[in-house]
Design a protein around this ligand. Structure first.
Ligand code: HEC
Length: 128
């Protein structure tokens, strides 16, 4: 009888661990708290009306809506798929070194910021 309770307790602990860990790993990236500040600090100087990134490509990152609209050729973010999203390809320098974003910035974005951007896109690029 005592043993049953003990085993039941163990099973409960195991179940809680299984539930708790994936949830933690899946912590949601926020557009407002995480993504907009990165775009603001590293991209907006060129990617808003009047900036040279905007003039060359049409990509305006002032708002979530203008970011999702993309360039004059179409979207640069494919929700759920960071690998094929042009914006991610460019910050990772996967397209061409000459158009690695932010343009002209030595070393590019930090690994931490790139990972936040990727995770946000993979989680659906939500306006959260
Ligand atoms: C110093 C100015 C500058 C900064 C800062 C900058 N960009 Fe750009 N960006 C450009 C220019 C210029 C182009 C047009 C490049 C071209 O088509 O030759 C461009 C184009 C782009 C494009 C569209 C490429 C296409 O498919 O036409 C994306 C996506 C992009 N930038 C993302 C970013 C991101 C993300 C950041 C910040 C992490 C950033 N840029 C920061 C200048 C800048």
């Amino acid at each position: 009888m005592k043993n049953d309770i003990f085993l039941g307790g163990l099973a409960l602990v195991a179940a809680l661990l299984v539930i708790a860990f994936p949830v933690q790993a899946q912590e949601e990236v926020s557009y407002k708290a995480d993504i907009h500040p990165i775009l603001h600090d590293y991209c907006l100087s060129c990617h808003q009306p009047g900036g040279k990134g905007y003039e060359a490509s049409g990509l305006d990152m002032t708002t979530y809506q203008s970011l999702m609209k993309g360039t004059k050729f179409g979207s640069v973010i494919k929700p759920g798929d960071s690998f094929t999203s042009v914006l991610i390809q460019l910050v990772e320098g996967r397209a061409h070194a000459s158009i690695k974003m932010p343009l002209g910035m030595e070393g590019g974005l930090s690994k931490k910021n790139i990972n936040l951007l990727k995770k946000w896109v993979d989680q659906g690029a939500k306006e959260n």
